[in-house]
Design a protein around this ligand. Structure first.
Ligand code: FAD
Length: 474
């Protein structure tokens, strides 16, 4: 697992340089804003004094490192990422994080070296450098209609000034202090994939599969837990992982979704009891701002999350963000679901009525297989329609997503690539691989390895490639 919560080691740097950088860091806009509204934030009570101080300290620490890096880079020729990582004593994770933020803030720019074609980092002219220094609020993302409604901004906002539902986001001008925390963690505000991929390639012992990304191993697997078989979507691997994690107290809770009174309308669930698994098993193709519950789980020691790729990306962005937040330290496992797109509940109603002429509550199962969207009714009747029809109803934000297989998760799980009744599992790092093996050893699942070059893998790769090609840039 990439450790993005590393602290900086300033010990090897000349003290004079660090003092100068710290002095400049105190001018950081986010720091000054949060400091200015400290009393208001504490009175509101979402963050206590220790948490707020923790946030402020980490802003200064991260900003000091960035000011130091910037000063050093000013006196060099444009450098390759590799050269920058070799030049500085900070961890690679921290340097990469800082380069991403310095670039987004407008202090650095990426240029292509004409002679080699390599990408290099160059300090921008001073007169341009303040342009994007102040992060804007999340409304920019919403105005562009690219918000993926992950809910992370509502979790992080110190004064709960963001009201987010499945379909809209409202920023309360009376509460917003324009600290920009929301914009910094937003998965749709700016990208970071190239740099993180570079890090995975450089430092982690991982294989790479074109368009599917970095991984440890790939499997087809299915559950042995009979009690849940009637409720699961594919091979029931996700439910088996949840069962194992809760039963063996690897985590205190799992954040995912469950059916609500309107059966196909998802509701965020924080499950702590394995008896509740029947309520969560199976796929609901509609969307909910899952990460808005993070504020409720911050006092738990260890948490796992089952989520769509866009939400997993948001979690990575949140931990990449150079502020150590109380929310992220307890997320032990990230389980990502494959996803081409999701729908709002209203669009789902429209899609079903127009294409099948049945009521939503007659449907007991929905699935995507072999290029078709399939529904099973409680009468036992099965109907299907080509996926192209379903694609017309997706959210706009799905058009900006290039991640079919949840590349940033610890484990990515989907149906495609495996035969009916089995799930495809991609372990992305040691954390994911170890969890998968524990569940296998506990004989809760059976598995077969998915071999490189197999036709099943090519199928996943083809869809992932199509998603990348179709995606617009944010
Ligand atoms: C919107 C969406 C689109 C998908 N598209 C594809 C696709 O194109 N191709 C493909 O191969 N697979 C897709 N999947 C994944 C697939 O449907 C299964 O969820 C996956 O194979 C796991 O099956 P399982 O039997 O192991 O899971 P189960 O044991 O049945 O458990 C499923 C878990 O997923 C959680 N879950 C269900 N719906 C949601 C949701 N909307 N948001 C967050 N968590 C949820 C449940 O809470 C449960 O914990 C999609 C899933 C979703 C939610």
């Amino acid at each position: 697992m990439i450790d993005l919560n590393n602290e900086y080691d300033f010990n090897k740097i000349i003290p004079k340089k660090i003092i100068k950088a710290t002095y400049k860091a105190l001018n950081n806009y986010q720091y000054r804003t949060l400091f200015k509204y400290k009393d208001q934030i504490l009175n509101y009570g979402k963050y206590n004094k220790d948490e707020l101080n923790f946030i402020l300290d980490s802003i200064i620490e991260g900003e000091t490192a960035r000011k130091y890096l910037l000063e050093e880079l000013k006196s060099t020729e444009p450098l390759l990422l590799e050269e920058i990582l070799n030049k500085f004593n900070f961890s690679d994770e921290n340097i990469i994080r800082d380069l991403i933020f310095l670039t987004e803030q407008g202090f650095l720019e990426k240029i292509i070296d004409k002679s080699t074609g390599d990408q290099k980092y160059r300090v921008k002219e001073e007169r341009f450098s303040l342009q994007k220094n102040i992060f804007d609020t999340i409304s920019v993302v919403h105005e562009k209609n690219t918000c993926c409604h992950c809910g992370l901004c509502t979790s992080i906002c110190p004064l709960d000034g963001i009201d987010l539902t499945n379909d809209y986001v409202y920023i309360d001008g009376g509460k917003c202090i324009r600290c920009g925390l929301c914009y910094s963690v937003c998965p749709q505000s700016f990208t970071f994939k190239t740099e993180l991929d570079y890090l995975k390639k450089r430092n982690y012992d991982l294989k790479y599969y074109k368009n599917i990304g970095f991984y440890k191993n790939m499997y087809s697997a299915r559950t042995y837990i009979h009690k849940i078989r009637d409720y699961i979507q594919d091979g029931g691997v996700v439910s088996s992982l949840i069962y194992y994690m809760l039963k063996n107290q690897l985590v205190d809770a799992v954040i995912t979704i469950k059916h609500s009174i309107d059966f196909w309308k998802p509701e965020v669930a924080i499950i702590q009891d394995i008896k509740k698994l029947k309520n969560t098993a199976g796929t609901i193709y509609t969307h909910t701002p899952l990460l808005s519950v993070l504020k409720k789980t911050k006092n738990l020691k260890n948490v796992a999350i089952v989520a769509l790729p866009c939400k997993i990306k948001a979690l990575i962005k949140g931990s990449l963000f150079p502020v150590r937040l109380p929310f992220f330290n307890n997320i032990k496992y990230k389980i990502g679901l494959f996803c081409w797109e999701s729908l709002s509940y209203e669009k789902m109603l429209e899609f079903i009525h127009k294409n099948f002429d049945v009521d939503l509550d007659e449907i007991v199962n929905m699935n995507i297989k072999k290029g078709k969207f399939i529904i099973t009714l409680d009468s036992g009747d099965v109907f299907s329609i080509p996926l192209n029809e379903w694609y017309k109803y997706g959210y706009n934000f799905c058009n900006y997503c290039d991640d079919f297989t949840a590349e940033f998760a610890d484990l990515s799980i989907g149906g495609i690539g495996s035969q009916m009744g089995w799930s495809t599992v991609i372990t992305r790092n040691n954390n994911g691989e170890e969890l998968f093996n524990k569940v296998l050893d506990a004989e809760l699942i059976e598995s077969r390895e998915l071999k490189e070059g197999s036709s099943k893998l090519s199928l996943i790769e083809k869809i992932a490639e199509k998603k990348i090609k179709n995606s617009k840039s944010i």
